[in-house]
Design a protein around this ligand. Structure first.
Ligand SMILES: CC(=O)Nc1cnc2ccccc2c1
Length: 445
């Protein structure tokens, strides 16, 4: 009697119970708050999605890298009031070190680039798929972990790098069956905001803080944004100027307001002409309100969104040319994006684009009698060595085996029975055609 029938969510072990030290022997079978298990069906969907991420990374000639989920807290201490650094999943380890479960990937990438130093030749194009964490009061019931696909380019100062990243995002959407009428990518540059702050001669140090505040446009009301901007000390005319420019949706209007010599306008014009060459111009649009909420962006920023506007951003990224110097290193120009595993799945569900996630097996091998278990094992073994996925089934009635074959979409059912085995034969049933025949065991492949 391993598990009591007490209730679905608790296990009552025998002597193991006391091992849990809580005396009443009840462990909660649910994963920690805000985290997910991946049982087989969900894991097949996740594996399928991550395989799409990997395939696009391969097409773009990016190299895979990986990092510990555990990082020093120092890597993520930033003063700009970002949500992501106010929700650090941080703690002190048994050695008294301040550590975190990483909330994002980019700082780890920067750390490795610095560590690799002279031994890597630029440009670097790296990707990873990793779990990221946040600790927020469960009041909002939001998840505390998700997986992110990150693509980053180090050592390319010009917008050609951002154009490459945008192609990766569009390729991914196209592979999933998503079109430019389902999803758009809003593109802008933080240099737009920089130009506006210069007009009002606002000091440099406010730049990051203002970016984090205006990133909440669309989440907070205009009044709340104005209030937060005023609280940084900005004049009301500066606040109005910022909000007016950030609501521009046309590059030519922006040029009128800022003037044509402004770097932001030149960068964006170049990026939009690249988009024509790559063939994804219909996927992107200029939207000055895009600033993204991470403190370290310095140039082009972008985010993909569902055109119906029901979901949060699907992915986002931008240029971060000054991140390495915040870790005490020489700066290397860089840009990248993060693509989460949650919103995209919601979008695929909505669009009816989720792939069929049922199992698929090549062969089921089944001994009809107990003393044929040995021969069945050797048949299964030789088929596996030939690359066939084989489910060796035992201690089951034949009726169960036929149902099981349907359930796991087996291609063939191989029955090992006495009368055939005496003649060195086995019975093969092709499940798609119901065709049935005998074959020498040695000739199976
Ligand atoms: C929709 C979703 O799961 N978002 C999510 C979940 N967990 C996170 C953890 C860290 C940083 C961002 C995160 C974002």
């Amino acid at each position: 009697r391993l598990f009591s029938s007490a209730s679905s969510s608790t296990l009552t072990h025998g002597d193991a119970a006391s091992a849990h030290g809580d005396g009443d022997g009840v462990v909660d079978v649910n994963p920690p708050r805000g985290t997910r298990d991946f049982p087989p069906e969900e894991m097949r969907l996740r594996t399928w999605l991550f395989d799409q991420f990997r395939e696009v990374s391969r097409l773009m000639a990016f190299e895979e890298v990986d990092f510990p989920v555990l990082e020093s807290e120092a890597l993520f201490i930033r003063k700009a009031g970002e949500e992501i650094t106010q929700q650090l999943y941080n703690f002190e380890d048994k050695g008294g070190r301040r550590v975190v479960l990483r909330p994002e990937i980019t700082p780890s990438l920067a750390r490795l680039v610095i560590k690799q130093g002279k031994s890597v030749s630029l440009p670097l194009k790296w990707f990873t798929i990793g779990q990221c964490w946040r600790y927020e009061r469960m009041t909002r019931g939001r998840r505390r972990e998700h997986y992110q696909w990150n693509m980053d380019i180090f050592g390319v100062p010009k917008v050609r790098a951002e154009a490459e990243l945008l192609q990766a995002i569009v390729l991914l959407f196209q592979r999933l069956g998503i079109t430019s009428s389902d999803v758009g990518i809003r593109v802008s540059s933080r240099k737009v905001l920089q130009a506006v702050l210069n007009v009002y001669s606002i000091p440099e140090h406010l730049f990051t803080e203002v970016c984090v505040i205006v990133d909440k446009l669309g989440k907070l009301t205009r009044e709340e944004i104005e209030k937060e901007l005023m609280s940084t000390g900005l004049s009301s005319e500066a606040v109005q100027g910022i909000i007016e420019v950030l609501s521009l949706k046309s590059l030519s209007k922006l040029e009128e307001v800022l003037g044509s010599g402004v770097e932001a306008v030149a960068d964006l014009k170049k990026l939009f002409s690249f988009a024509e060459q790559y063939g994804y111009a219909d996927w992107i649009c200029f939207d000055a309100s895009v600033v993204r909420g991470l403190a370290y962006y310095t140039g082009i920023v972008f985010e993909a969104f569902d055109i119906e506007g029901k979901l949060r951003a699907i992915c986002g990224g931008g240029r971060y040319d000054r991140l390495l110097s915040t870790f005490g290193s020489k700066d290397i120009p860089a840009c990248g994006f993060g693509f989460g595993d949650a919103v995209i799945v919601e979008l695929l569900k909505e669009k009816g684009l989720l792939p069929d996630m049922s199992r698929q097996i090549d062969d089921i091998v089944f001994p009809l009698d107990e003393e044929l278990e040995g021969p069945a094992s050797s048949i299964a073994s030789s088929l596996r060595k030939k690359g066939r996925a084989v489910d060796l089934v035992e201690d089951k009635r034949l009726k169960w085996v036929f149902k099981h074959a349907e359930r796991i979409n087996a291609s063939r059912l191989i029955l090992v029975g006495n009368s055939e085995w005496e003649r060195g034969m086995v019975r093969v049933k092709i499940l798609s055609t119901r065709e049935e025949f005998e074959i020498k065991a040695g000739e199976l492949e």
